[in-house]
Write a protein that binds this ligand. Structure first.
Ligand SMILES: [Mg+2]
Length: 297
């Protein structure tokens, strides 16, 4: 999957393997889903972000307008034989003449995992791999607004819909089942490239998606990429605020044309960039570093 695990793995790569992911906190999620919040809940840094993503219509409208905008531009991209949305370093074969495709991330791009975040708020917990896998296996994530319509529109025009996700590859079947349940077009397991997908001749570093984009580039001309993390579009060499901007700078003209970026204030690699990607630091220290990273003028 993406989020903190992605960040922890990225930190591993950046720090030469010194960092470790946050410790697992075994939590009975199914039980928690039925229980009420405590009377005096502890403060949680993610509360506003999760409440916004679940309840604010503005959240839904941003997704809707992004997917509508992408859809309105898709056929022009299809009919331009030189149109391609992969970063140049990821293009392994000339795109002209290849079958068209759109590439989408899964979590917080097409599937809404905010109930998982909500459960963490209620339990006072933090992301861990076991709870995350349990949530994925529920196959209960809803579709985000506009995403089903966009992907079905693409498929109806002969455009392959490919999902590149940092959900672990062994979650492929439950993820595909969840996608199908809520109406996304899925054409076999080849349409889901999870974390751990083997790509001959390319060594994956952390959770980066470069190898998988390169794999796609051999068979497809990519019309658009859609995601909620810049790592969904381009390799991020240094996960710092400056490094993230540097990674996107060469492609700013592509944003809103070939690349469509969705909002995720609940989690993402933007967050550990504020505390040196060190998930092993105590929560309070991470919070202090985030406060220190704010602008006051
Ligand atoms: Mg995502």
């Amino acid at each position: 999957m993406s989020r903190q695990l992605a960040a922890a793995l990225l930190a591993l790569a950046l720090l030469g393997g010194c960092a470790t992911p946050p410790p697992a906190r075994p939590v009975a999620l199914a039980h928690q889903a039925r229980s009420a919040a405590p009377a005096n809940p502890a403060a949680d840094d993610d509360l506003n972000a999760v409440a916004w993503s679940q309840t604010a219509i503005e959240h839904d409208l941003i997704y809707l307008q992004t997917y509508r905008d992408a859809q309105s531009r898709l056929l022009a991209a299809l009919h331009d034989p030189d149109w391609d949305a992969l970063p140049k370093n990821d293009r392994m074969a000339p795109s002209r003449g290849l079958k068209p495709a759109v590439v989408l991330d899964v979590d917080e791009t097409v599937l809404d995992n905010s109930p998982y975040q909500a459960r963490l708020i209620r339990s006072g917990g933090e992301y861990n791999e076991a709870d995350w896998a349990a949530w994925c296996k529920e196959e209960a994530a809803r579709a985000l607004p506009g995403a089903v319509q966009f992907t079905r529109f693409a498929a109806s025009h002969g455009i392959a819909v490919i999902y590149i996700s940092n959900r672990a590859q062994d979650l492929d079947q439950v993820t595909l089942a969840n996608l199908r349940k809520v109406g996304f077009p899925v054409s076999g397991t080849q349409s889901f490239l999870g974390l751990g997908t083997f790509v001959k001749g390319c060594e994956q570093v952390g959770t980066e998606k470069t190898c998988r984009r390169q794999l796609i580039s051999r068979r497809y001309r990519v019309l658009m990429q859609i995601g909620d993390q810049i790592g969904d579009f381009v390799d991020v060499i240094a996960n710092t605020a400056a490094g993230r901007r540097q990674a996107m700078n060469p492609y700013l003209d592509w944003v809103g044309r070939r690349w469509f970026v969705l909002p995720n204030a609940t989690y993402g690699s933007w967050e550990p960039a504020l505390f040196n990607n060190d998930w092993t630091a105590p929560r309070e220290r991470r919070r202090k570093q985030k406060i220190d990273a704010l602008r006051y003028h």
